[in-house]
Design a protein around this ligand. Structure first.
Ligand code: ATP
Length: 293
């Protein structure tokens, strides 16, 4: 018995850090949109006891440190039963440590697959609460589409999706990057931050007024980048703007920059121009209506 799932990446159309809780976690306001750049996650019942992870990307741990393993472990703990023999095979396409929630997407796929195999009656809210115990972005990756995420990222409100037929996205991931924890430290160290107007952006998203939304987008982490990384990202954004992007912005805590184009041809021409730059992984994709397919 096996189940094969498409685990979609996400981009942040808007990312604001709005406060810090007593327990140290940061509160955020984010517009998150699934995209069809995806990993493929296969769950298969195995004879050998325990959870085994197989991953084709050498840089991703294929053991208890893998978030898909943690998700499967949390799933069976929540159900109060021992894990059966289970193999989780991950074909990585989403770059790691990229601000695209690649690991969280794999974890969400593992949870959705296990629900289908072992607990089809399990309510979505219960699965979302297991997801949150694995990571703040995992509940969104389960639900997918376009959401306003508040709290630490787990309070989700579904919104109309960016229309895949109208917009083509280019994702460009440079080799440089900052770990998410360090990115928050850098934000905390800044006294003056220009916050995006999340309330106004939300109204535009609800009204599906995309042309009005794009200028209101923003990512607070862009204001706290190390100089060299800021310069690298500025070069990518410049190429995107020059090729007609409606929006060019960093996703999550980086280092992927996404560009949104209303012409597929312009997007492909931009992707080709970016591929000429060194140390850059470039993808062309579209918005997706679901997180796990
Ligand atoms: P986010 O947008 O949620 O911050 P990210 O794109 O920054 O996500 P991930 O791709 O999730 O980051 O990778 C972060 C780290 O998690 C990697 O350095 C990797 O070693 C580890 N990791 C564990 N499991 C996975 C997985 N299934 N896929 C990718 N990375 C994983």
């Amino acid at each position: 018995m096996q189940v094969i799932l498409q685990a979609n990446a996400k981009i942040n159309l808007l990312l604001d850090v709005t406060g810090r809780r007593a327990d140290g976690y940061h509160e955020v306001a984010m517009l998150m949109q699934s995209v069809d750049l995806h990993d493929t996650v296969t769950l298969r019942l195995a004879d050998a006891p325990g959870i085994a992870v197989f991953c084709d990307a050498p840089s991703v741990p294929a053991d208890e440190r893998n978030v898909a393993w943690k998700a499967a472990n949390a799933f069976f703990a929540a159900l109060g039963r021992p894990a059966p023999g289970l193999a989780i095979a991950i074909e990585k396409r989403i770059p790691s440590a990229a601000g695209l929630a690649g690991g969280s997407a794999d974890a969400a796929a593992a949870l959705e697959g296990l629900r289908r195999l072992f607990a089809p009656q399990l309510p979505s809210r219960a699965l979302e609460s297991i997801a949150l115990s694995v990571g703040a972005d995992v509940p969104f990756c389960l639900r997918g589409g376009h959401c306003l995420a508040t709290g630490v990222g787990e309070v989700l409100r579904s919104l109309p999706c960016l229309p895949a037929a109208s917009y083509t996205l280019v994702l460009a991931k440079p080799a440089c990057g900052v770990a998410t924890g360090e990115a928050y430290v850098r934000i905390d160290a800044l006294t003056e931050l220009g916050h995006p107007n999340a309330a106004a952006a939300l109204r535009c998203a609800e009204a599906e007024d995309w042309d009005a939304l794009f200028p209101l987008c923003g990512n607070l982490f862009e204001q706290a980048l190390p100089l060299e990384m800021a310069q690298r990202l500025a070069k990518i954004r410049k190429t995107m703007w020059a090729r007609g992007a409606k929006l060019a912005q960093m996703s999550g805590s980086g280092s992927t920059v996404f560009g949104i184009f209303d012409s597929e041809a312009q997007a492909r021409s931009c992707a080709n121009a970016l591929r000429a730059q060194v140390d850059l992984q470039v993808f062309v994709c579209h918005a997706a209506a679901a997180g796990i397919v």
